[in-house]
Design a protein around this ligand. Structure first.
Ligand SMILES: [Zn+2]
Length: 122
């Protein structure tokens, strides 16, 4: 039987699929010194349906033991429909953080909101 590769990485990053924010979020990760040190999950809405990602998060956690989970929502997110204000995203991100703390209590969570001009830490 082949042994599964395991190691410790800096972060698991969860962000929306939206192509408009790929370069911006990659730049953020490079600036944060995370290049090649993170697992990446992309899913429409990022924080919005975090419960659908628990199995995938568990795999990342089992294989790579990320030191933290970073959730990145973004402005003008189609997955959020009409409830798409900064306040809506803050609420969704905080709710996702609470759920993650229940299921993965050992992993700290950081929340971000990507705007077209800047990235805000929530
Ligand atoms: Zn989106």
């Amino acid at each position: 039987m082949t042994k599964v590769h395991t190691e410790t990485i800096e972060a698991l990053i969860i962000r929306c699929i939206d192509y408009r924010f790929v370069t911006r979020s990659r730049k953020f990760k490079e600036d944060a010194g995370l290049t090649d040190k993170y697992d990446l999950l992309t899913f429409p809405g990022a924080s919005k349906n975090i419960h659908l990602l628990f199995d995938a998060i568990a795999v990342s956690n089992r294989l790579h033991k990320p030191k933290k989970i970073i959730i990145m929502d973004h402005e003008d997110c189609g997955a959020f429909g009409d409830e798409n204000s900064l306040e809506d995203h803050k609420n969704s991100l905080k709710k996702a953080e609470k759920l993650l703390h229940i299921v993965f209590p050992e992993i700290p969570v950081e929340l971000y909101y990507i705007k077209f001009e800047e990235i805000i830490k929530i």
